[in-house]
Design a protein around this ligand. Structure first.
Ligand code: KG4
Ligand code: ZN
Length: 361
């Protein structure tokens, strides 16, 4: 089985070919990702119009590169899978329409993939993980805990009631004059800071439902920064370290709740696992906190390679393979309309928070 995957839901233009032969481990034959960070850096965040235009300009070449790298011709692929939501609608239209055109021209089935499903199933591509397991997705657009029970069988146990975690890192960086994207720069500054200097709030800590909130923390950072302005480099480092410690602490608490719930709901799972995905999972302080929580609760901690944790098309191609082999593909995908909002599970009602919800909430 060979599937061509296309991803254009945010600010990465990506294409990939993934293969699965019999019972052997799946293989990523190509994985081409073009980041638009430079196009958006001057604006301190992703500008949807710029993103859509950049996808239009780049996508054909990226698909061609993915096919060339994989040494697989379009004739040899079994299906074309593309992210159809959730995300920025301009980019989704570019990716899905391109995939529809390729699939129609090559007479192959089209598979419309939920971007979150791509993240959710990545650990099966990289580690061959069995269902069920728990997923923590922390990126610029999402902050969710999902029970992954099977292909197409997901239950969202927690989400953010306001900002996504990556968004909180990016906004904190902006307030402190650090460049975009904020996460890596906050982490770098924090390395030389005193995490105990500012007692920032631990949002939602102790609440029974493992949901997240980050807008109050962001306000606390702004107030602390305003109170001691102008900021020295040491002040910035101390604020970053204190912010990161608050985030790690709050996240650890939320995840511990979810681990306990998993134990209760899936008592027959001998070796339960927590999988992390999303750009924020690169943060070493956060990773260490999660690892510690997992080992305390007897969970395996699974962090796929970083380039498969952040947005890429290999995860979309793989989700296509999972759907194809489960017989979950039909002709209706040719009529699929991109969805800017598309929850992974249709059961959990969307949460309405006090702040702005991320584009991909
Ligand atoms: O998954 P991703 O590459 O893209 C999407 O959001 O879809 O995640 C990007 C987010 C950004 O908000 C970025 O600031 C954050 O991940 N990030 C980090 C780190 N590296 C990236 N946040 C904290 N620490 C990091 N080392
Ligand atoms: Zn993503």
């Amino acid at each position: 089985m060979r599937v061509l995957g296309i991803e254009t839901s945010c600010d990465e233009t990506a294409a990939s070919v993934v293969a699965l032969d019999g019972d052997s481990a799946p293989e990523i034959l190509s994985n081409v990702v073009l980041s638009q960070i430079e196009e958006h850096a001057a604006f301190g965040g992703v500008v949807p119009e710029i993103a859509a235009r950049a996808h239009v300009e780049a996508l054909d070449g990226i698909v061609e590169a993915a096919l060339t790298d994989s040494a697989v011709s379009l004739d040899e692929v079994d299906a074309v899978a593309a992210t159809a939501g959730p995300g920025l609608v301009g980019g989704l239209i570019v990716g899905l329409m391109t995939a529809k055109a390729i699939a129609a021209a090559a007479n192959k089935p089209l598979i419309a993939i939920n971007h979150l499903e791509g993240h959710a199933l990545t650990a099966r591509l990289t580690e061959g993980l069995d269902f069920p397991y728990l997923l923590l997705l922390v990126s610029g657009g999402h902050t969710q805990i999902v029970a992954v029970r099977g292909v197409g069988d997901y239950q969202r146990w927690a989400t953010t009631i306001d900002d996504a975690l990556g968004e909180a890192f990016d906004k904190t960086a902006k307030m402190l004059g650090l460049p975009y994207p904020g996460g890596p720069n906050v982490e770098k500054a924090a390395a030389g800071g005193d995490a105990s200097r500012f007692a920032f709030p631990r949002p939602m800590k102790g609440s029974a439902q493992p949901d997240f909130s980050f807008s109050g923390l962001k306000t606390a950072v702004r107030q602390a920064a305003t109170a001691i302005a102008p900021l020295s480099d040491q002040d910035v480092a101390d604020i970053c370290a204190s912010f990161q410690a608050a985030v790690a602490d709050a996240l650890g608490d939320r995840v511990a709740r979810a681990l306990a719930r998993f134990r209760k709901e899936f008592p027959e799972t001998a070796k339960p696992a927590l999988v992390v995905a999303g750009g924020v999972a690169a943060n070493r302080t956060i990773k260490a906190t999660l690892e510690a929580r997992c080992s305390k609760a007897g969970f395996a901690f699974v962090a796929p390679p970083q380039k498969l944790c952040t947005d890429n098309a290999a995860m979309i191609a793989w989700a296509g393979i999972e759907r194809l082999r489960a017989g979950m593909v039909d002709a209706s995908a040719a009529d699929f309309v991109p969805r800017s909002r598309w929850p992974l599970d249709s059961v959990s009602a969307p949460l309405v928070g006090s702040g702005r919800r991320g584009a991909k909430a």
